[in-house]
Design a protein. Sequence first.
Length: 256
Amino acid sequence: MKVMIVDDERLILMGLKSCIEKIRDVKCSVLTALSGKQALEILEVQPADLLITDVEMPGLSGLELIEAAARKGYASHFMVLSGYDKFEYARTALRLGAVDYLLKPLDKDELRRSICRIAREMELEGQLDRLRPYRHCFSHLEREEVSPLMQKCVQFIQDHYRDAVSLTMLSEYTGKTENYLCSLFKKEWDATFLDVVNEMRLRDALYLLLYEPGIPVRDIAGKVGYRTERQLFRLIKGALGMTPQQVRNGTGSGIE
């Protein structure tokens, strides 16, 4: 992910750059600028995925910079830093499309969480490709043209797959029989209820393996709805021919 940081204080700028480059969960290429004008000149040649800017700077303010960068398509995501907890600043930043308004002195963990969240949003938007080699394993989830009932079913599974979700629960929620729902999944997606649950669990597990290297595999299993690490191992091995650790390390033969 390409990140542009803008701050008129060089020490803060270099500190932020160092902090972001040390984030293990997301690989970031960091550009820096000491003013809004300089940032626009650099972004014209090297657009960024994320623009992080101080609010109050001489000349072009951070909010004016965001407005100009968004209008010209120089960046797709924005984060604002400020030493002032001012509601008006925050409201304007959010109106301009900023995803976060962080206060100085900056909490490094909060910054890391924000960048990881943005990276995940970009992945879902298709702007990053770390999950792309695996998308054949959850192709059903990217289908857009489905019936209203199918949309309702998929949303229910999305909301509950991290728990002990079942076809019986879905039947009670929709008011349809289990046999009817099985036929629906087969007719519209040529899949079973369990196929869809597993695809959601697989997609979430792959994201955590690739973007959150600090989370142990056993904890990932629990986060995606499994009681044991072995269940997650079987899911990934069956879908990719790889172990969770091979996915995390980028080794194995399951990538297409």
